[in-house]
Design a protein around this ligand. Structure first.
Ligand code: PMV
Length: 317
């Protein structure tokens, strides 16, 4: 059997994180400049699944790790979806340059890439819809109550306007959007941030629901602006969204500093992205200023910066 390889990109959420878990709309875009790759190879005359993670220098057999480990639970979800009794011996090799636990979709990219590669290795040609369904189940095992936005934008590799449990809608930006992802270098777990927001909502229901409602309105208003290419107005909404995430107590001084420094250096807008409490700030910038803004953000304490452009799709939607 030939080796099968599948890659999945990173992502960033432009509008609506956290509120999306409660049914409000959100907008996310793929980041093709960072990706995670899974290669699956046959292991003839062997009877176990061998996992190799080249970044983390991990190398083990599946039976050596606990059931809740992401590899074990992902393979279990895939096996159940395909309705097969047991998986054959294989070597699964993973490599990635998506920063871990930083809001750029590393866990969803893992879920999508392992689903694509293992099902294809086993001879199944699944639709994107089915792959997304498997990836969502894998995400649920890792994060408890994910909205599904991360696996969806990564599986379809297109900008999405996302509502939980609704058919996916794609957005086509009419102008390229140059983004800088400035990494604070602080890792944070999505599950914990979602739990923190849930606890705040239990204490202050009216306040938090009002913030969610305002975040949802921002995402609704941003969609036509993205489709019209009104970068200045998109930027203003990003700042408003950041302010609301701050009111949810998800920002940190370093994230606020990176947002402020982006704005002072000429960004259209900036906000924390993903679960918060660390991770990345996403700034929408004029392309000619991207090098200068990147340099300033590194000086202000960003651990690393990635520049990525969301391009209009050629054939429309
Ligand atoms: O995993 P992250 O950091 O990209 O955050 C995902 C976005 C949340 O809205 C916080 C959670 C979710 O499931 O939508």
């Amino acid at each position: 059997m030939p080796a099968i390889s599948a890659s999945a990109p990173g992502k960033t959420i432009l509008f609506g994180e956290h509120a999306v878990v409660y049914g409000f709309p959100a907008i996310a875009v793929p980041l093709p400049d960072i990706s995670l790759t899974v290669i699956v190879q046959a292991l003839p005359n062997q009877n176990s699944i061998h996992i190799v993670n080249t970044d983390l220098k991990e190398d083990f057999l599946i039976e050596e790790i606990e059931k809740q480990n992401p590899y074990n639970s992902a393979l279990e979800v895939i096996r159940k979806f395909l309705k097969i009794d047991h998986l054959p011996a294989m070597r699964i090799t993973l490599s990635s340059n998506i920063p871990l636990a930083s809001g750029l979709g590393s866990s969803a990219a893992f879920a999508v890439a392992i689903s694509k590669s293992v099902t294809s290795f086993l001879g199944f040609r699944l639709s994107l819809e089915d792959l997304n369904c498997i990836a969502y189940e894998i995400e649920k095992r890792q994060h408890g109550t994910p909205s599904g936005i991360d696996n969806t934008v990564i599986c379809y590799q297109k900008p999405v306007f996302f509502l939980k449990d609704q058919p996916v809608e794609f957005i086509n930006p009419s102008k390229p959007m140059t983004l800088i992802l400035a990494n604070s270098g602080i890792q944070s777990l999505t599950r914990e941030a979602v739990e923190q927001v849930r606890e705040k909502r239990d204490r202050e229901r009216d306040l938090v629901d009002d913030i969610f409602y305002r975040i949802g309105s921002i995402a609704n208003n941003a969609r036509p602006l993205i489709e019209d290419g009104d970068l200045e107005s998109i930027g203003k909404l990003m700042l408003e969204n950041h302010q609301l995430l701050k009111e949810l107590e998800l920002s940190l001084d370093i994230l606020d500093d990176l947002v402020e420094a982006s704005m002072k250096t000429g960004a259209y807008g900036a906000k924390l992205c993903g679960s918060g409490n660390g991770g990345n700030v996403v700034a929408l910038v004029p392309p000619e200023k991207s090098d200068m803004i990147k340099e300033v953000l590194i000086k202000k304490g960003a651990y690393s910066c990635l520049v990525s452009t969301v391009a209009p799709s050629k054939g429309g939607m």
